[in-house]
Design a protein around this ligand. Structure first.
Ligand code: ZN
Ligand code: ZN
Length: 128
């Protein structure tokens, strides 16, 4: 996969704070800074099995009416990164402390899941 030509999806600087658990900081070629928690990235893992999980949850959430008994929240420690390695020059692969390591986060994907409201509007608003 080539580096995206879109400067909004090209990283100018990437810092992955594995040992401190602080998450990932990326400054994009267009000057926009993004910060991602590892827990957030774990939830947004783009691999096939996590995609399936998310779809299942979305379907279940659609079925569950307000009268259905709420699921007890299971205690789950916040996942952190065990290791993170660059994949070529287009992605990073993160292994999480919950044992999951299949997720390859392309910079393209990372920019589109930037948690800030600007990117939510730009990349995730319906019909955009
Ligand atoms: Zn995954
Ligand atoms: Zn953003």
């Amino acid at each position: 996969m080539p580096i995206p030509l879109d400067s909004r999806k090209k990283p100018a600087s990437v810092k992955i704070h594995v040992s401190t658990g602080a998450g990932v900081d990326i400054v994009w070629a267009d000057g926009h800074p993004s910060h991602y928690d590892f827990a957030y990235l774990r939830e947004e893992c783009p691999c096939a099995s996590c995609n399936e999980e998310r779809n299942k949850k979305a379907v279940l959430a659609g079925f569950a009416g307000p009268s259905s008994s709420p699921l007890l929240p299971m205690y789950k420690p916040k996942p952190r990164a065990q290791s993170a390695v660059p994949v070529g020059n287009y992605a990073i692969q993160i292994s999480f402390t919950d044992g999951h390591g299949a997720g390859i986060f392309s910079y393209d994907h990372l920019r589109s899941i930037c948690p800030c409201p600007d990117c939510a509007r730009e990349f995730r608003s319906p019909g955009a």
